[in-house]
Each structure stands twice: as C-alpha cells, then as structure tokens.
Design a protein around this ligand. Structure first.
Ligand code: OGA
Ligand code: NI
Length: 342
C-alpha cells in the first residue's frame, strides 16, 4: 500500500478495522441503537404567503430545537444536485491531487484537512473536509481548487444563493425576536462566509467513532446541504436524546450558531449536534457558515435585556470567540459557557 504523507482518509481504502487513533473509549461512543429516528425537526415552507406565520414558525423552531429544515428556499434543485456531484468528484480525485491542498492549520483560508483539529485532539474523527472562505467571492475563488473543472463555477453560484438565503433567514430570526429586521445583520457587520465540504467515507467500525463528535457551531447561522441518500446528522434533544435527522428531498437544514444564542441572550439555542458514520455508504454534506466579521462586538440585544432578562453573556468580539473555539478540542463544554457574565 502506498504510504500517504497526510492523514487524509479518502486517499486510502480502510477495509476491516479502524486504524489506530480513531476508537473512542467505551463511555464516549455513539450508541447508535439508542438514537431516535427523526420525528419532528420542524419543516418550514419559505414560499408561504403567510409571512407572520413563517416568522412565528422560525421563532418557535429556534426556541425549542435550534434546528429546522426549509423547503421552497429558492435555490434551484438542479444546482443542489450539481453541488453534491462536484463535491463528490473532488473527493474522488487521485491522492496526489488532494495531497497538494492538505493542511492542518486552522487559520488557512483554503485547505483540505481531516478529522476536526488534528493538532489538538487526542482521538480522530472519520471525516475529511475541504474548507473554503467564500466571501467576497472575487477574493477567494481564484485560490479554490481548479480541479474538477466545474468546481469553481458551481460552488460560487451556490455560495451566492446560500448567502442570500442566510441573510433572509437572519432577517426573519430578528423579527421573530421582536427586533428590527436588519438588527442581526447590522450587528454582525460584513459577514464572512465559510464552507465545509464534508466527506465521511465508509467506516469499518461505525459504533466506535464519529464523523464529527458532539459540537455546536461557533458562527451565526449554518445552512447544511445534506447527502440526499444517507442520514448521519444527529441533534441532541432535552440534554440526552439523540435524534437522527433524515434528509428530505430538496430541503436545507438550518441551525443556529453560538452567536445567535448570545445575541438572543440564550432565548435561542445553538444546539449540540454530531455526525455519525456507517459501514455501508459514504456520505457527503456541504455546510455553509455565515460568520460575523472579526471586529463585530457580540452581546445580548439591548431590547431583549431591557424587556426584563439580565444579560447572560458578556460582550466580546467575534475574533476573540473564534480564537477560543479553535484553541480547544470539540468535545468540551459549550464554548459560550466561557463567555458568561457581565
Ligand atoms: C458541521 C456539521 C454535520 C454533517 O460541519 O459543522 O455539523 O452532517 N456537519 O455533516
Ligand atoms: Ni456543526
């Protein structure tokens, strides 16, 4: 077998057993038999003419689940199909092509990597991922992979559409909190947009490891394009029940990041979630993250605090938060806990 210079999973076929460094201790395994199947992750039709109702549904979903799915979101189905296809094609490139893009340095703006934070973690995760900065597109696209040939064109079209959808959702989330429609967008400033193209290969021992262990997303809003054929995303309910989110045709999965939890003074939840793997099928997902600009000052919205709640979190800059997030391993306490207090 050719030795690989990196720890990428997708460049080697792993047939029978988990390589060293991936098995979790007994107390920290996914216990897949105990996961509930998706009962009621809210599904919201964005094309509904009843705007107040859509906003109320979004508010309710953010308060209770921190997760929802949207249909009729305006991003054409053909584009979603193309994004998935070109993403898979990327991970099928020959090992030499992929090695060129490999980095385990989290501050790099374009990198192909593996697991989560290979330099900090003690146990690795069954995932490779391509991480790209996406806004402004003109600045970053020239550095994106030029193989597959259509990658830049398809992904940049998707990024533009996702950004519009994300900003629309942030408007609805502001309204649902009783804030001005542009409140969150103004606080977050000129938002960065990042993308993680996740590839979870088939795994010989899926009961022992994760694609991504339990985490919350550090950004403001995540829009996930899930693999239409393979489930793997799971969301924590009521502190102890994992629920599998089954992909629905053409729906996108939305989850709130830590910054919306902070801005909403904890009314809305940035919920724990994880990705599990399986022995039969590889799985892909394309996560788009809207992130406050680095200098954005995040604190609970004044109006919410004025309405009677004491501020749960102190003010901080997103730069401070993001550095803290990446300085840690994933499976620790909620990063926002470190920002409690005045
Ligand atoms: C993420 C994430 C879940 C998935 O990339 O932050 O939670 O299903 N992904 O890939
Ligand atoms: Ni996530």
């Amino acid at each position: 077998m050719a030795t690989s210079t990196t720890q990428l999973l997708s460049t080697v076929e792993h047939r029978d057993t988990l390589p060293e460094g991936y098995a979790r201790p007994e107390s920290d395994r996914p216990r897949l038999a105990e996961v509930a199947s998706d009962s009621n992750i809210p599904l919201i039709d964005l094309a509904s003419h009843d705007k107040p109702r859509v906003i109320a549904e979004i508010g309710q979903a953010c308060r209770t689940y921190g997760f929802f799915q949207v249909t009729n979101h305006g991003i054409p189905e053909e584009l979603l199909v193309k994004v998935m296809a070109v993403a898979l094609e990327f991970f099928r490139l020959p090992p030499e092509e992929k090695e060129k893009l490999y980095s385990d340095e989290p501050s790099k703006k374009i990198r192909l990597s593996t697991s989560f934070n290979i330099r900090k973690e003690t146990v690795h995760n069954w995932r490779d991922y391509l991480r790209l900065h996406c806004h402004p597109l003109e600045e970053f696209v020239p550095e994106w992979p030029s193989n597959p040939a259509k990658f830049k064109e398809i992904m940049s079209t998707y990024c533009r559409e996702v950004r519009l959808l994300g900003l629309r959702l942030l408007g609805a989330i502001s309204l649902s909190l009783g804030l001005e429609e542009d409140y969150i967008e103004k606080v977050l400033g000129e938002q960065e947009q990042h993308m993680a193209v996740n590839y979870y290969p088939r795994c010989p021992e899926p009961d022992l490891t994760y694609g991504l262990p339990k985490h919350t997303d550090p950004n403001a809003l995540t829009i996930l394009l899930p693999d239409p054929h393979v489930a793997g995303l799971q969301v924590l309910r009521d502190g102890d029940q994992w629920i599998a989110v089954n992909p629905r045709p053409n729906a996108l999965i939305i989850n709130l990041g830590d910054q919306i939890q902070a801005l909403s003074n904890g009314q809305y939840q940035s919920v724990w979630h994880r990705a599990v793997v399986n022995a039969v099928q590889e799985r892909m997902s394309v996560a788009s993250f809207l992130c406050p600009c680095n200098s954005a000052v995040i604190s609970p919205a004044r109006k919410i605090v004025a309405d009677g709640d004491a501020p749960v979190y102190r003010s901080y800059t997103y730069d401070e938060y993001y550095k803290k997030f990446w300085s840690r391993n994933l499976d620790q306490e909620h990063c926002l806990e470190l920002f409690r207090g005045q």
